[in-house]
Ligand binder design. Sequence first.
Ligand SMILES: [Zn+2]
Length: 182
Amino acid sequence: MDSKSQRKRQRQIAAQIERERRRQKAEETCPLNREEYTRFIDAVTTEWIESPSQQHPFQHTHSYLETHDLSPEPFLNFLSTQRIQSDFDVIIHGDEHFIFGSTPARLRRMPIDEPQLHELMDYIDIRIRKDGCDNTLRWTEEWLSENSLPVSLTVGSLIALGGGCDCEVILNVEPNMIYPNS
Ligand SMILES: [Zn+2]
């Protein structure tokens, strides 16, 4: 290994250590445990996808905290340390895997399993070639609902991975970022 690639490797290791240090700090300071936090993000994702908040950026977050008797201030302070300033940011930056780490099954949030994601992407690909992308997730939603899979939660996970419309799902969603050993 020459010294240039050695330095690059050292920088990658340093970045990995820094990411893990930040993750541990987030885990220590999060007022909710993994299970509670996952229930929160599931609820806000579902609510936001089904009716995007318009009156207040944290509308669904506030109503969740209120319904579950959780004190808003410590949790909202925690969210701001995670660059989360709105319900939509919860979907984009709020992945519980960023805070509590990956699991044997997932590196990122994704309700459907790997063969299902491949099937979904094949389906979108065929539909886009025939009818194009209209800047929505209509083929994605159609396939998920026809296969009785969770539409809102899957759509939220795809958006967080850069899949904001059907063609972006094909372009940006990488199964190896979601499933270990993919
Ligand atoms: Zn598109």
